[in-house]
Design a protein around this ligand. Structure first.
Ligand code: ME8
Length: 732
């Protein structure tokens, strides 16, 4: 459908779905509003929105639904903690989820809440239907339940007696329950999975693997949880949250009539990797049992991690997506997530990387191209698109590139390769810049360049509109035209003589804003066992650092200070004396080892600007010093004598190792995780890397170490660090 009308004003048809268009139904998971939305929620909605917008552009009649999953124990408890009734609580929380959609520019058709009447009606009707068909029976359930997953686990599926996802011990639950004969559908489920119900393929295979074992019936009611949809045949029970939440996909369509007949089966259920079982096995069997066709596809996107760490509220690893949009702009965030994370795989978020992509790709490549072309037309040709002459080689090449990009990116988007399609489109913008440069319009011969340039800008705005809708709208506004169909992006519909508007600035170059971050504070304690050994520590917190791998001025300082440096053997002996007292033979202090390296190579190793800053003082004063990423520390710090149950993952390791009993160590996580062993062997989880911003630093001594020395050394290290990494320091 062509919506551009050139000079002659003619009313054109808007690109709205008509009942003749093929329907396309896409859903996201519905989020638990147990706390405010996180970046993972934002990512899923952005991806679904991009697909929905693309499908609309290719002429489909799209129905896109999202919403919130508001029942169950998790919500009931969160409400209790907040001192609210569950309903008051979800009513307050849902505002944030709707606000998230608004800020992210999510073009949903429906936002469904599972506490709405229209949903409760469907959930109860399906329960009744399954019961009537003999697929639901009463029994007793005893099992291990993880509230955070709202799921039961078999003991063998736990990881060290904890939920494998949330790492929390499950609760034992024993009660009367209604069961759904899920086991009956094992064969049909396997067939559906083999036919590709779940994508990417690997995720489907994982489920097929689990289906090698007998599929058990599912407990679908709870008598001990009040906050849920009442079981229609027995009001003492409430429906299991998943036999409530999953039904949102049909209640949003008003099953069994209305929109349901038009849009079902769903084309895509877009979900994260932790709920694939629920969406294939549980949802699949509920649908089969109810006689409803299966969705066409369950697509599993990856997880967004924060600089390599899993987002986790408990561990303080959270990012507020609304805050990010305010800080950097919605389209910068959308663009970053869609471009950086291969769709279907996990990916990393960091503000540094967002700023870099924004500046290099949105501002420099795209913004620059649009600005060059439009402002040239505006200032040098009175805002009028010129009439082209005969095309030369460069013109023909650009025209062809516009056509092939539309085709390739379209195929990739239909195939859900969102990141690859975006790469193609960016390639067109790059080609556009090269074209403009090669054509040298400033020399006076600009007709072809500006005519094709204006059309290129229009095509780019259309192709980018699923990804960065607001920027696309701004470009089209400056160009004085409207959004056209995807297919129309190949055509040269901006005609000679067309008047453009004054170009608006598109993307600003961003700077990484450090503050105002909340400053995390922790306490440091030395337990009695450690005090008895004479262990003492002085600590500081450093904020807002910029850690570099290497810095010239620091290298210079290291070189200067190494001249004639000796270590204090007596002080090292004091540490070793404690090790001996503890019966820990064969454990050396690292300072002599480092000293040996210095003697052999003439250099202090270069690790990064924080570690090098403290190593310098640690070697000279022969003191034990440790620095850790403050944001990755869980709870407070305790120096303790180990009882052997603690977890310790050495640098470079991925699995925790056993630790011997009777060592002394620096720990976090209520004394359960070793962040540093006595011989200053750090753990992997809190290591300092170039993305570390905030640091916990300590200098550790023993009975014989003067307090004044610890204080002086700490001060010098803090000064070094802030000199070479910036930021501020707070001595504890
Ligand atoms: O699971 N990165 O709700 P939820 C990307 N209510 N996606 C993530 C993510 C991350 N770090 N963390 C979570 C629920 N998600 C249920 C769904 S559907 C009938 C019921 C994804 O709030 C997660 O995989 O825990 C899921 O798809 C969605 O966010 C909502 O997660």
């Amino acid at each position: 459908m062509v919506t551009f009308d050139g000079k002659k004003a003619r009313k054109v048809k808007r690109d709205l779905p008509s009942s003749r268009n093929k329907p396309f139904f896409i859903t996201t998971a519905i989020d638990y509003p147990s706390s405010k939305p996180h970046l993972g929620h934002a990512y899923e909605k952005i991806c679904a929105d991009t697909i929905a917008r693309f499908q609309r552009l290719i002429g489909k009649d799209v129905y896109f639904s999202t919403g919130t999953d508001e029942h169950g124990l998790k919500i009931q408890r969160a409400a209790g903690k907040a001192g609210k009734t569950p309903k008051e609580f979800v009513d307050e929380m849902v505002v944030y989820f709707k606000e998230l959609c608004r800020v992210l520019n999510i073009s949903y058709n429906d936002f469904i809440r599972t506490t709405e009447k229209r949903h409760i009606r469907v959930a109860q009707d399906i329960f009744r239907l399954l019961h009537k068909k003999g697929l639901i029976y009463k029994g007793e359930y005893e099992g291990l339940y993880c509230v955070d997953c709202e799921s039961f686990y078999l003991r063998k599926d736990l990881a060290e007696d904890r939920c494998p996802v949330h790492k929390k011990p499950p609760e034992t639950i024993r009660e009367e329950s209604y069961f759904f004969r899920m086991g009956k559908f094992q064969k049909e489920l396997k067939n559906a999975l083999k036919k590709g119900l779940v994508e990417p393929e690997g995720k489907g295979l994982e489920i097929l693997n689990r289906l090698k074992e007998d599929l058990k019936d599912l407990s679908v009611s709870r008598s001990s949880i009040a906050w849920g949809i009442p079981v229609p045949i027995d009001k003492k029970h409430t429906q299991y949250v998943w036999l409530d939440a999953l039904l949102n996909y049909i209640s949003t369509l008003g099953w069994p009539s209305g929109k349901f007949r038009r849009y079902w089966p769903a084309d895509i259920h877009l979900i994260g990797k932790d709920i694939v079982w629920h969406h294939s096995v549980i949802w699949g069997s509920i649908l089969m049992g109810s006689g409803i066709p299966l969705p066409r596809k369950v697509f599993v996107h990856g997880f967004v991690n924060l600089s390599g760490q899993k987002l986790s509220k408990a561990r303080g690893i959270i990012v507020d997506p609304i805050g990010l949009c305010r800080k950097y702009g919605t389209d910068s965030l959308r663009y970053f997530l869609l471009r950086e994370i291969p769709f279907g795989e996990d990916g990393d978020f960091s503000e540094d990387a967002l700023v870099t992509r924004n500046n290099d790709e949105l501002a420099d490549t795209l913004g620059n191209l649009v600005h060059r072309i439009l402002s040239f037309i505006y200032s040098k040709n009175k805002g009028t698109v010129p009439k082209p002459g005969k095309y030369d080689k460069l013109d023909k090449k650009l025209k062809l590139k516009i056509e092939t990009t539309m085709e390739r990116a379209g195929t990739l988007l239909e195939d859900l390769q969102l990141h690859k399609a975006l790469e193609e489109i960016l390639g067109l913008a790059k080609a556009g810049n090269e074209y403009f440069q090669a054509k040298e319009p400033w020399k006076g011969d600009f007709d072809n360049c500006l005519y094709l340039g204006a059309n290129l800008v229009r095509s780019l705005a259309i192709l980018l509109s699923p990804y960065i809708p607001e920027s696309s709208r701004k470009i089209l506004k400056s160009l004085n035209t409207k959004l056209g169909s995807w297919e129309s992006a190949r055509k040269l519909l901006v005609k000679p003589g067309h008047k453009i508007r004054k170009p608006e600035p598109l993307f600003r170059k961003l700077e990484l804003e450090e503050a105002p971050q909340e400053r995390k504070k922790i306490k440091v304690g030395v337990e009695k066992g450690c005090q008895d050994l004479g262990i003492k520590a002085r600590a500081a917190l450093l904020y807002g650092l910029k850690v570099k791998k290497k810095k010239g001025s620091l290298e210079k300082l290291k070189k200067e200070q190494l001249k004639g440096m000796r270590i204090n053997q007596k002080r090292i002996g004091d540490y070793l004396g404690i090790y001996k007292k503890l019966g820990l033979k064969g454990t050396g202090h690292p300072i002599p080892k480092m000293y040996k390296i210095i003697k052999n190579t003439g250099k202090l190793p270069t690790i990064n600007t924080v570690v090098d800053s403290y190593n310098l003082v640690a070697v000279r004063e022969s003191l034990s010093v440790g620095a850790h990423d403050l944001d990755r520390i869980e709870g407070n710090i305790r120096f303790k004598v180990t009882d052997g149950s603690e977890k310790y993952t050495p640098l470079g390791g991925s699995e925790p190792k056993k630790i011997r009993k009777g060592e002394y160590a620096c720990t976090d996580s209520k004394g359960k995780r070793i962040i540093c062993r006595l011989d200053i062997k750090q753990c992997e989880g809190t290591r300092i890397t170039p993305s570390t911003r905030n640091v916990f630093l300590y200098v550790q001594g023993n009975r014989k170490t003067p307090d004044s020395l610890l204080k002086k050394a700490l001060k010098e290290i803090c000064e070094n660090i802030t000199k070479f990494c910036g930021g501020e320091c707070m001595v504890l």
